[in-house]
Design a protein around this ligand. Structure first.
Ligand code: HEM
Length: 392
């Protein structure tokens, strides 16, 4: 009775499709049962429990002892076993690494990074503005987020195309292509770490190779685990958010105009767009048999906390399917919840807000190009494959 024919990969709205709306599809799972079992709900075809209510997702996500994130999903693709740090660490080691890394993403530090973010955005959009149409994902969202990452890590934009290809093959490719991409990413991070050991600079990788925890330097594997996570966590997510946001604005010219007229409203609008178009499905593993809200979850079972489901919970948000760019008390969990709350949330928020602000300042009223339709997909990270925009 608790098994339901629904998953984030192949249910209607999830496979890459024209004019798809994966968020509307997930919004429909609300109602009883609040927790159900989906027999195939991960990229590699495994079943998971699906927690639909926001209040229950918070209970799972704050209890890292019972619901662990320790899975080594990246290194296992290479037949290895090292954690992405801090995501796949358990307490108390997790908090030691959070204490080390948190200051690198404080609001103050993000203000320092903003100059580069704005420069990257404005230079790219200025080029795009010379034309009257673009493929938003290819021409802006992906290169923008990759360049911000490269600048932050200490590399020039020259590696941008390679990185976009590797991340895409890793997240959306299969078999050999995926393993090859994982290996290229590891080689890239190892190369960057070696470079910064020899030639320190004012960047994040230099900080990591010089950092100490409990009176010792980080091991090569720890440096790699941090470098790889920041690449995976920060690229697809921000690009996807920008894609969904611009698709929404292209379809809603009044909202577009009002943000163009009053850019101070963009920060609040970004929160609502993060809520309504959340992109990340979080997976946990039960570390013991547990009775959770009346459901027997067995040790080793996977538990899905899809943020896009929680953020459309009618018990949590008034009219959850209505997008209100001035929504108040917007306590969404697009960035997760509990000890693994997104470390890059401050930076991500600014990247999205600056991207939208610079876009609206340089591109006149835009719309989806006639004869084209955006292609969206579900999955562990929801996304937009292409979005052709036009303006006159
Ligand atoms: C819109 C963009 C983003 C979204 C929606 C997002 C979402 C999330 C979510 C839901 C988690 C929790 C995962 C879990 O509990 O298993 C998370 C963790 C994390 N995110 Fe983000 N993220 C975004 C951007 C970024 C950026 C730009 C960075 C880095 C620069 C970043 C770095 C991280 C890290 C390091 C963690 C792991 C934190 C920990 O385990 O303690 N994220 N993110």
């Amino acid at each position: 009775m608790l098994v339901r024919d629904f998953n984030l990969f192949t249910s209607p709205g999830m496979v890459p499709m024209a004019n798809g709306d994966p968020h509307a599809a997930v919004a429909r799972v609300h109602g009883e049962p609040y927790i159900f079992y989906s027999t195939c709900n991960t990229r590699d075809g495994r079943g998971t429990w699906v927690i639909t209510r926001a209040c229950d997702q918070r209970k799972v996500l704050e209890d890292a002892e019972t619901f662990s994130s320790h899975r080594s999903i990246f290194s296992s693709a290479l037949g290895e076993d090292w954690p992405m740090i801090p995501l796949e660490l358990q307490p108390p080691t997790h908090s030691i690494f959070r204490a080390l890394l948190d200051p690198q993403f404080s609001p103050r530090r993000v203000i320092e990074l903003e100059r580069n973010v704005r420069q990257q955005a404005s230079a790219m959009i200025e080029l795009i503005a010379r034309s009257t149409s673009c493929d938003f994902m290819r021409d802006f969202a992906l290169p923008f987020t990759v360049n911000v990452y490269l600048g932050f890590m200490g590399f020039s934009n020259s590696r941008s195309d390679e990185l976009i290809r590797w991340v895409s093959d890793l997240l959306h490719g299969n078999g050999a292509k995926r393993t090859e991409a994982a290996q290229s990413i590891v080689n890239f991070i190892d190369e960057l770490a070696a470079m910064r050991r020899n030639q320190p600079a004012a960047d994040f990788m230099t900080f990591v190779v010089q950092a100490q925890v409990e009176g010792r330097y980080l091991t090569n594997e720890e440096v790699r685990g941090i470098g790889v996570l920041f690449l995976i966590a920060g690229l697809d997510t921000v690009a996807a958010a920008l894609g969904f946001d611009l698709a929404y604005l292209a379809r809603n010219p009044e909202d577009q105009e009002s943000l163009r007229r009053e850019p101070t409203r963009i920060a609040t609008a970004v929160e609502e767009l993060l809520r309504a178009y959340s992109t990340v499905q979080i997976i946990r593993v039960a570390t013991k048999d547990v009775d959770f809200e009346g459901v027997s979850i067995r040790k080793g079972d996977l538990v899905s906390c899809a943020t896009m489901i929680a953020n459309r919970d009618p018990a949590e948000f008034k009219c959850p399917d209505t997008i209100d760019l001035a929504r108040k008390d917007n306590h969404h969990i697009a960035f997760g919840y509990g000890p693994h709350l997104c470390l890059g949330a401050n930076l991500a928020r600014r990247e999205i807000a600056i991207g939208i602000q610079e876009w609206l300042a340089r591109i006149p009223t835009f719309r989806i190009k006639e004869g084209t339709v955006p292609i969206t997909h579900g999955g562990h990270v929801f996304g937009v494959k292409n979005l052709i925009l036009t303006w006159s």
